[in-house]
Design a protein around this ligand. Structure first.
Ligand SMILES: *Cc1c(COP(=O)(O)O)cnc(C)c1O
Length: 423
């Protein structure tokens, strides 16, 4: 096992920012910007925090692939023994390509296709997290065709308020996710009748970026515990409970519960249940294991507002535009002494007013300065696009004093490679 670094692998020292043993400045010079940079030590540390916090019970940490699906990121986690929570056949193929073990994969998501189900059954994943009665029938049909039994868990919607942004809240009865509490028992009863379904668990995921307290997780678990007991009375015994993901991170000034606090809050209930515990953290492992480096391209002070136009934009990092996310943006090294701070909007060059990385930031800036968006390791590169015909950024992984290009910067020509002119 890798030694756990004692401090955060992404840190500031004498006004300079570092990721492990390399400075952001030197990485920006070496690889150019915009640039995603990940720390192997931080990924390791965050994974192990979960793994250790749940050491009191049989458990499997399944990293949520949609938060960061770079093969090198998945591979680092797979080597630590991580399982994976996937939401598509594409993610299944990625995990396998990265060396992830099929038998530690849980498959979430609302609209699994027959092909995706077949692939998952063929490689032997741990469990399908089923989101509707119709999906259950579909899985049974595919499993019957392959003459296997599909391991399933039902994703229930416990109707608890995760107190997070509405776009990333998933456990309220109005959300499209999960099986409503009212129909959970009927759906389990139906699953028990189906010839090629094996019921093994129960699952919930109430939302993402939960930062205020562990209470919504506890509330959900209380409801699920009641369901498990009722199922037992009806002759359905489960082997595992999947508590989902959703633990929040600090992006700006949030003070989210730590994995240890999260585990401690759930511990009494989990011990009473005595089932194997699966969990699906994404952001809590990947967000603060990565940063987005960007260079100040032009300054545009106006009478109303000061704009710093940087070379990363909403196509590279969409969280501010999509969720109004407030991210820490720092200079990678000290400003010259004679440069006065001003209040800047840090914006990209894309033709949309939603294209900003941060608003009203007090920074001393001049053209050519390198900035870092902290906490960009989750829902960053994976949500990027080529809007405005902008090649996507490169991704780098740092391991101690070494750095590896884990995804090359896209070239312009590659952007229209799949397009053709009319004859
Ligand atoms: C997105 C998602 C996760 C991960 O959420 P985080 O907030 O990144 O931890 C886990 N499980 C399911 C089903 C998801 O959709």
């Amino acid at each position: 096992m890798t030694d756990l670094p004692q401090h955060d692998p992404i840190y500031q020292l004498n006004y300079q920012w570092f990721i492990e043993q390399l400075s952001f400045k030197q990485l920006a010079e070496q690889y150019g910007t915009p640039l995603y940079v990940y720390s192997r030590a931080a990924l390791t540390r965050h994974y192990q925090q979960f793994d250790e916090a749940f050491g009191f019970i049989d458990h499997q940490v399944c990293f949520s692939v949609k938060s960061n699906s770079n093969l090198a990121v998945l591979n680092v986690l797979a080597r630590l023994g991580a399982g994976f929570d996937i939401v598509s056949g594409g993610e299944l193929a990625r995990v396998l390509a990265a060396g992830g073990a099929a038998e530690k994969i849980v498959f979430s998501g609302l609209g699994k296709t027959e092909q995706e189900i077949e692939h998952a059954l063929t490689v032997g994943i741990a469990c399908f997290n089923v989101e509707s009665a119709a999906e259950l029938e579909r899985i049974n049909t595919v499993a019957a065709r392959l003459n296997v039994r599909a391991p399933v868990s039902l994703r229930v919607n416990p109707d608890v308020d995760a107190k997070t942004h509405p776009y990333i809240s998933t456990g309220l009865k109005d959300n499209k996710f999960g099986i409503p509490a009212e129909t959970v028992f009927d759906t389990y009863a139906r699953a028990a009748e189906l010839s090629h379904i094996e019921i093994i668990g129960i699952d919930c995921h109430i939302g993402s970026q939960l930062t205020e307290s562990t209470q919504p997780f506890v509330d959900a678990l209380i409801k699920i515990k009641e369901m498990i007991l009722t199922l037992q009375q009806r002759g359905i015994t489960l082997k595992h409970i999947d508590i989902g993901g959703g633990l929040g991170v600090r992006y700006y000034d949030e003070t989210p519960p730590t994995p240890a606090e999260y585990a401690a809050a759930l511990k009494p209930l989990l011990l009473e249940l005595g089932l194997k515990v699966y969990m699906e953290p994404g952001r809590a492992i990947s967000a603060n294991a990565g940063v987005l480096l960007t260079t100040v391209d032009l300054l545009k002070p106006t009478v109303h507002k000061n704009f710093a136009i940087v070379d990363a934009a909403m196509n590279d990092f969409i969280r501010p535009a999509l969720y109004g996310a407030c991210m820490s943006i720092v200079r990678v090294e000290a400003a010259p002494h004679d440069l006065a701070p001003k209040t800047w909007d840090i914006v990209g060059a894309v033709c949309e007013s939603a294209d900003f990385l941060g608003k009203d930031r007090d920074l001393a800036l001049q053209q050519g300065d390198v900035l870092a968006v902290l906490g960009a390791g989750a829902y960053g590169f994976v949500m990027s696009s080529q809007y405005n015909t902008r090649p996507r950024a490169a991704e780098i992984m740092v391991d101690q004093a070494g750095s590896t290009v884990v995804r090359q910067r896209e070239t312009l020509a590659s952007l229209w490679e799949l397009e053709t002119l009319l004859p």
